[in-house]
Structures are given as C-alpha cells and as structure tokens.
Design a protein around this ligand. Structure first.
Ligand code: M6R
Length: 608
C-alpha cells in the first residue's frame, strides 16, 4: 500500500527520495510524487503511474534541497491520477503532507474547512489533513500537526513539511506503520525499512500518538502523554543485496530460489539434534504460560493464513492442543470464545497487516497470550504481541508471498515440537521431526530442479481460464495456497479445495478445459486422493499431480506428474508448495503480467 519517504540531512534529498520510492514500489501503488524545500519555497512534482514517470517530470534545477517528502499512492479515495497523488498542500502551498492510511471522518472535516474558505483540488482524504494543519498553523509545524491529530479519526502515518520552517520535518502515526532511520547527520522517515536499508541500520519504530520532529541537529519524539521519549533503536540485519534482483528476472523467482537458504535461516540455532529439542528464545519468557494453555487460535490473512491452516493440523496431531484458524478480518466482528488460557498466534510477514493487528488487540482484551510469527523485526505486531518468533528470512519484496510462507510453516513445526514436548510428544517422535526439519533445505534444493519441467507445463496449460487445486489433510491448505498464487499473479481464476469436497459441488466444473492440480504426496491420505483423481479422469478432466519420487502408479493416471522428494507428512507442505509457486510464476510470465506487483494488490495491507 502507500509508501512514504521523508528526508532531512546533510545530503541533497532528491536521490534519497527517489531511491526510497523505488524501494517501496513493491508495496503496490498507482501514482507518485515528491515535495522538496529549497530553503524558501517548496517544489512539488507528481505523476500517475510508476516512479519512472515521476522522474521524467522532475525539474532537476528546481529540485535542490536537503529537506523533502515523497510518496507512492495506492488509491482509496479518488481514482489514481496526478491530482490525487501525494504530497498534498493547503491553499497557500506552504504546508505539504504525505499520508498512509484512511481518514474516516474526512468528509465532515472537509465540510467544516470549506465553510472556513479552504478550497480543495483532489478527492482524497489526505488533502483534508494538509488544510487542517494549515488552518491550525501558528508558526510551529510540530504544534499544528499535534493539534490536527486531535481531529482525525481513522488510521494514519503522516509526514509534513512547511515552507516557513525549512529545517524541520514532522511525522506522526496512528494504526499505520512509520519507521525512522537514524543515519549520520540525517534522518529518514519511511513506511517500512526497505527505503532505509543501505543508508543506515539503526531504526526507531514510532508508537501511536508519537509526534516526531527531525531537524538538522537531530530527532525529538513526544509521546501521546506529552513527554519527550527515547525509543529503542533496532539494528536491522537486512542488507542492500537482499533488496536487489541479483540476476533474476523477478523478485518472486529469486525468492522462490532463496528458500534453500531462508529455511535454513529460520531454523538456525533453534534445533538441538542430539537431544531432539527445539529452542525458541522469543518464547522463553512465556514458556510456563504455554505449558498451561488449553487452546490455540491462529489469526492471519491470505497466504499466511494458509500456513496457519497447516499449523492447525500440526498442533492438533503432535501437541494435541485444540486449534482453530480464524480470518483476522472476521475475528473482531464475532464474539470469539477465548480466555487467559488461550494462545492467539498471529502470523504476518510484514507484521503490519491491519486486520491481523486488530485481531491481536482484540485477543488481548480477553487476556489471551498473544504470540507473533513475524518476519519484519520491530514491526507493530512483533512489538504488540506478548512473545514471538522471527522468521529471519530477510526482506520479501515480491507481493506474492513465497519464502515467507515456507518459513512460517517451519516455525509452526518448531512451535509444535516445543508445545508437544511440554505435553505428551515423546522424545523419539520429537527427534524424528527435528531431524527431518534439519534436512529440509537439501530437499528444497532438490525440488527446485523441476524448474524447467514446470515451465514447460505452464506453457502447455497457458490457455486454461480456470484451474482447480485439490489436496487433503496437510496438503489441503497447499491446494488453497496454490490457487491463491495462481489468481494473484497470473489472473487466471483458480479454486483450491479439499479433495473430499469435490463431489459436493465443484466437480460440476470439470471438463477438458478446466485442469485439476492434485497435491498428492505418498502420505496417509494418498489412496483417497487417487480415488478423486480417478473420478476427475472419468469425467474427461485433465490432471496434474504433485507426487512423491518413485510413485510410478500415479503416472498411469495423471496427465502430468511433478515429482518431489519424500519427507515427513507434517512437513510435506514445505516441499509440495514449491511446484505451485513455480507454476503460478511461469503462467504469469507467459501472460506478460507484472509478476512482482500484480494489479490491485499491495504487499502490506495496512488498512482494513
Ligand atoms: O504481511 P502479511 O503476512 O500479514 O500479509 C498477509 C497477506 O496479505 C499476504 O500473505 C497476501 O495474501 C500475499 N500477497 C499472498 O501472496
């Protein structure tokens, strides 16, 4: 979703702002803009479309200055257009703001401001913020921003500058993320750390209600209780290379291939192979509470939710803890049954997904123990949960989540072993799981050898307009995830269901034009899947099977077979999902889609 960059420091800010915007492109956007102060005036340029379009519009002569803000907009109020692009200003063109989030009471505020004579140019909620600050401005931008916030309802991260205060940038946030990079004689504001990586490793995450004021002499933060505060400085371990394509055509392909290492990074230092135990430092502080929990609720969205669905099978089978997976977007609107012996696990790559965060806050109201499985270090969900486990996979840039998904699965397996050992999971069983987890990276390397075969299959099935994905037990969520990935990046309609549900309706779709992909490893439900494949074949349907190496029988039945290495049933989704990622990828490439930034989608969904 929208991306914010703000800069003040010793350097010319144009290159920093443009570089920051380019690094935030992956979040998804439809227009972009910048505003730079030259010490007397503020120069603004905006454009519909990509940052490359914006660059063409910028006058390098006018864009000289060491203070500026920039933005990539993902339209909410008003169509994607130049006039709706940020930054927005008040009537006098002195105050300029960029904003991420939604101002729910913008129409009321706009009506009031219009009565006071303010003239609006755009259809955005953001322009209201600029006029409101202008109305309240009395020579001090920090004070005006603070006063303006008292009138705003909704979610926001705001960065503002004023032509009359050329040595100051002011930022605030409520329910939308905002990070501050502390560099050498420079301060950078951003929606996420990817715009900061490369300039500094030291970042501060602002809390709701904080007002941050950066000048050339440093940063001052005042919290919602009006006290000057010093926040913890996090050191980011992401590096510049991780946000480059490094020879791959797309980030998605790079990230699919990175899974060999990312799985290893997620388990590093966490397995004791000798004793067959798992050590999760982030859960140590709540170990006793975990031993006492009676049920688990997993709250999450999208791909991360599919990881949760696999986790549900793991936790029930091996830790014997009743587990449910909830759509985070639904959780707060029902009357969930939970108490202080419930653990609520929030899974989120970005750690900023608005619905998942809201679900965590809801769970806290019931006194539940909240646990995060999060990739972005220091993100809001990581900070607001009682304890958690980081994925440690570096940045995931492509909108389509791949390496985060397999990492979420492996962490759920680790948590299962830990909770299982606190209950009745035997050390022999635990050792077996731990041993298999330690081998996953090698198996992923093996499965990636199918790359070329999957590419050929994508070519063969490229004209299909509909796809069915089916699987059972641990691989039912992989059918759902495979379908989501296919829809998300290739725009081919796909449905992922439990194979056993097929006969209750979906089979009506089967014909020679609607292929079915069966996730069918040699596991405890293999025979059942085979029966379902027979039924599809009997109705003239074409079948692609993801099967275990050595399963020659399935080749007589399915039209195409993708073989993957054998692995413990509970861990099989980590392997079987990879062909579905590659299939979606090549379908999207052949259809000439914008693979890393699919239409209408955003990497981090920070609004409800
Ligand atoms: O950052 P999160 O893991 O909380 O994001 C959740 C979903 O928005 C995300 O997984 C989404 O479904 C992906 N684009 C799917 O590839």
């Amino acid at each position: 979703m929208c991306g914010i960059v703000g800069y003040i420091g010793k350097n010319e800010c144009l290159p920093v702002l443009i570089d920051g915007l380019e690094r935030l492109e992956y979040r998804g956007y439809d227009s972009a803009g910048i505003a730079i102060s030259n010490g007397c005036k503020i120069y603004c340029a905006k454009s519909k479309g990509r940052v490359t379009e914006l660059k063409k519009k910028i006058s390098r002569k006018k864009c000289i200055g060491k203070l500026g803000i920039a933005h990539t907009r993902w339209a909410t109020h008003g169509e994607p257009s130049e006039v709706n692009a940020h930054p927005h200003s008040g009537c006098e063109k002195k105050i300029w703001v960029v904003h991420n989030g939604i101002i729910e009471n913008y129409q009321t505020l706009k009506n009031d401001l219009e009565i006071k004579g303010h003239k609006f140019l755009s259809q955005t909620d953001t322009e209201v913020i600029a006029h409101l600050i202008e109305e309240l401005y009395d020579g001090d931008l920090t004070v005006a921003v603070k006063k303006a916030c008292l009138h705003l309802n909704g979610a926001y991260a705001i960065v503002a500058i004023h032509a009359d205060e050329p040595d100051k940038i002011v930022a605030t946030k409520f329910s939308s993320p905002l990070v501050v990079g502390i560099g050498k004689e420079e301060t950078i504001f951003s929606s996420d750390i990817s715009a900061i990586v490369g300039r500094t490793k030291d970042v501060i995450y602002l809390n709701d209600g904080d007002i941050a004021e950066a000048t050339k002499s440093g940063l001052k933060i005042i919290n919602s209780d009006k006290n000057t505060v010093k926040h913890n400085v996090f050191s980011i371990d992401w590096n510049f290379d991780q946000v480059q394509k490094n020879g791959f055509e797309h980030f998605m392909k790079k990230e699919i291939f990175e899974q060999v290492d990312s799985i290893q990074n997620s388990i590093r230092g966490r397995l004791d192979l000798q004793k067959g135990i798992v050590r999760l430092g982030g859960l140590e502080s709540v170990r006793d509470r975990l031993a006492d929990i009676q049920n688990i609720i997993i709250v999450t969205c999208g791909t991360a939710r599919h990881a949760g669905l696999v986790g549900e099978y793991m936790l029930e089978e091996f830790a014997r803890i009743p587990t449910e997976v909830e759509y985070a977007s639904e959780f707060r609107y029902r009357a969930p049954v939970l108490n202080n012996r419930t653990a609520v696990i929030a899974i989120s790559q970005s750690g900023e997904t608005a619905d998942t965060l809201a679900a965590v806050r809801e769970a806290k109201k019931y006194g539940a123990l909240t646990i995060g499985i999060v990739n972005a270090v220091g993100s809001t969900i990581a900070r607001e949960t009682d304890a958690g486990v980081y994925n440690h996979i570096g940045p995931e840039v492509s909108v389509a989540s791949t390496k985060a998904f397999t990492s979420q699965l492996v962490i759920l397996a680790l948590i299962t072993v830990m909770l299982g050992r606190q209950r009745n999971l035997s050390s022999i069983e635990a050792s077996n799981i731990v041993q298999e987890i330690s081998q996953l990276s090698i198996k992923i390397e093996d499965v990636l050898k199918i790359d070329r075969q999957v590419r050929e299959l994508a070519d063969k099935y490229i004209d299909s307009q509909n796809f069915l994905f089916m699987g059972r037990k641990y691989n039912k969520p992989i059918a759902q995830e495979g379908a989501l990935k296919m829809k998300e990046i290739s725009y081919i309609h796909a449905e992922g269901i439990a194979s056993g549900e097929m006969k209750h309706g979906t089979i009506a779709l089967v014909d020679d034009k609607c292929p079915s992909l069966f996730v069918c490893p040699h596991d405890s439900v293999y025979e059942k899947n085979i029966s379902n494949i027979e039924e599809i074949k009997a109705r003239g349907g074409r079948v692609i099977a993801i099967a275990t190496e050595g399963d020659l029988d399935i080749a007589n039945l399915a039209d195409d077979v993708i073989y993957v290495p054998k692995v413990l049933e509970m861990l099989s989704p980590i392997i079987t999902v990879i062909p579905t990622q590659l299939l979606a990828y090549y379908m999207a490439v052949f259809k000439d889609r914008n693979v890393d930034m699919p239409r209408n989608l955003a990497k981090s969904v920070t609004v409800e």
